[in-house]
Design a protein around this ligand. Sequence first.
Ligand code: FNR
Length: 387
Amino acid sequence: MPLDNAINIADLAARARRRLPRVVWDYLDGGAEDEATLRDNRAAFERWRLTPSVLTGNKQRDQSVELFGSRFLGPFMIGPTGLNGLFWPDADLELARAAADAGVGFALSTASNNALEQVAAIGAGTRWFQLYPWGDVSFASRLLERARNAGYQAVIVTVDTLTAGKRERDLRNNFSHELRLTPRVVLDGLLHPGWLANVWLNKGMPRFENLAEFLTPGATAAELADFTRSKRNPAFCWDDIARLKERWNGPLLVKGILSGADALRAREHGADGVIVSNHGGRQLDGAPASIDALPEVVQATDGRMVVLMDGGIRRGSDIVKAVALGADAVLLGRATLYGVAAAGRAGVERALAILRDEVDRTMALTGVRTLAELRARDILFPHPASR
Ligand code: FNR
């Protein structure tokens, strides 16, 4: 199916929704409990407005950014998401290749379906590894060692999922990192023959390949899924971040920060960066929208660490707003997942091209040439009705 008429991220989402069985779509799109934070991640962007600036003679914009020594062609990268293989065969590889082709970074989840070494083997591109601090310290040490050997440049430690969020769509669908073939799921699959043939009959249930070595050889997808559920470590704490930083001895970011105080704690424990994130509204329902939490973190860290954010990015103007509020760059979650679920690598390429084009247009229409100028100029104002 040609993608020419997918002109924005919402178009890709609509295609993804048509192609995926309900249980898979709900896993991709859903949030925790009443999904108030999920909705607010989007609504909060709309509460900021942009001041246009005309006749600036601004012929060309530069939206590139440097993070930990790598230059990205836009202030965004693909963030870590688990179980991507349910959306498209070898989706982790497709996402990583599309990111490399677009000149932006890619973060691979601990819960990926392609092993981290396999993703590294695609060659070109900047890759970061996202670590879930599951199990005991030997689990993290081993994954960090593998990530270093495979050439990953930075590690993201995700800290907002030590306790699982209550994702009610998944509970209703009886989905927990594993697709159980109930009559409803089978019927759902049959009603989505494109997905059924391309993903399920082609590859079967995707396995959490990074975890395979921690179980007996030949562990099934179900056994690996059980590992992701049973090995959460709610006792993981700030001192453990300092220990991981020592082991990794490279750039380390803490993902899931929503306050200035926690950002400073991350810095005290050796983190080089934080990712302001509520896990796309999938964890604490009622947590602030990421873009609302960002200014406090920027103020507290005061340029002393890299500040990234994610949550609700669907437009280039969202990215411009995040940078204007002090983010160095943003991570994409569902925006690129909609792309991969709609059309594999071509869909991800489309999503990245749409966002890059929209960032450029927004910069042109607000009269800024560079991201530094964007941060220095006061182009945002609160929507009058939200004051
Ligand atoms: C996620 N997220 C996530 N984060 C992480 O650190 N490790 C992971 O394995 C996952 N897995 C995951 C799966 C799916 C389907 C989604 C939607 C999200 C959270 C992700 O990195 C990011 O924080 C949010 O997705 C950002 O919000 P948006 O852009 O999706 O609104």
